[in-house]
Design a binder for this molecule. Structure first.
Ligand code: SF4
Length: 288
């Protein structure tokens, strides 16, 4: 690893990043222009993905079914827009202090359609959006799990991600070879709404890493009462599932199976999980 890449990673960690991965721009070959980093920055040489954990305790109130605001404050808004953004911005500052240009970029949902018109021929309409989870796989940070969530070896699905695009040529991290997810088809039961289906299973291939992923009915997720969070800023975006029963069950499974490197002195799931199919009928744990 070259010296500047080392210094950059140390600076990002000191700025509060829990995760940092780097992908050379060649790893984005084949991505459509409307989602390609070079559409935003034609001179981009490296894409840096920065992650901040969602503390496990921020999900405790949802897991118990009694306190959802802790997650909204410390798992959602604050971590996403403040704490993680500071690490992202300071990483971009460090790069610019060393003479290269750097764009700090949010994780804007790729499902959102263009908001303007193309200003030149053969150019995508603004806003170009980059799939941050796809980029994180390209940067070696993790994989897409069977339930469709991005997973890292450290935290499973418990992190948020942002990007820095830069003209600096940095050392790429290797694509993660090992699997975090066991791809167990039984995990469709993590959803009491039947939104996760093995029948529509498909393979996602990113830079040669093949990941089987179940079909997710996001329309059902939008109606979910089990800790899902609608993205009110972008109604076309997939709903946020970090606090939902499916993701909490995934966290518990990965921890119990010893598949994560960040460990705790107590198990995440201490009591039978609650689950709501609709506002009338609640499920028992045997259904999950
Ligand atoms: S968000 Fe709700 S409906 Fe969607 S997969 Fe998770 S538990 Fe099921």
């Amino acid at each position: 690893m070259d010296n500047f890449t080392n210094q950059l990673k140390a600076h990002a960690a000191a700025s509060g990043a829990d995760l940092i991965g780097i992908a050379g721009i060649d790893r984005f070959d084949g991505i459509p222009a409307e989602h390609h980093p070079a559409s935003i920055m034609p001179e981009v040489r490296s894409v840096i993905v920065i992650g901040k954990r969602i503390t496990r305790g921020a999900l405790r109130g949802i897991e118990e079914g009694t306190q959802f605001d802790n997650y909204n404050l410390y798992g959602n808004v604050w971590l996403k827009y403040r704490i993680l953004s500071l690490a992202t911005f300071r990483t971009a500052e460090f790069i610019e202090d060393n003479g290269w240009e750097a764009i700090p970029a949010q994780d804007l949902p790729v499902e959102v359609p263009p908001m303007g018109i193309a200003v030149k021929p053969n150019q995508p309409a603004p806003n170009v959006t980059i799939d941050v989870e796809d980029a994180a796989v390209r940067a070696g940070l993790g994989e897409i799990g069977y339930c469709g969530m991005f997973l890292t070896p450290e935290f499973g699905p418990r992190q948020r991600l942002q990007l820095v695009l830069t003209s600096a040529e940095l050392d790429s991290d290797p694509i993660l070879e090992k699997n975090i997810c066991t791809h167990c088809r039984d995990h469709v039961k993590f959803c009491p709404m039947g939104a996760i289906s093995a029948e529509g299973e498909h393979i996602i291939n990113i830079c040669g890493k093949e990941m089987p992923v179940a079909a997710i009915d996001y329309q059902k997720c939008r109606e979910c009462k089990n800790g899902m969070n609608l993205n009110s800023d972008y109604p076309a975006a997939k709903p946020e599932r970090y606090g939902a029963l499916c993701t909490r069950s995934c966290i518990n499974y990965l921890e119990v199976e010893g598949r994560l490197t960040k460990t705790f002195r107590s198990q995440f799931r201490m009591r039978e999980p609650w689950g709501i199919v609709n506002e009338i009928r609640a499920l028992g744990s045997e259904d999950m």
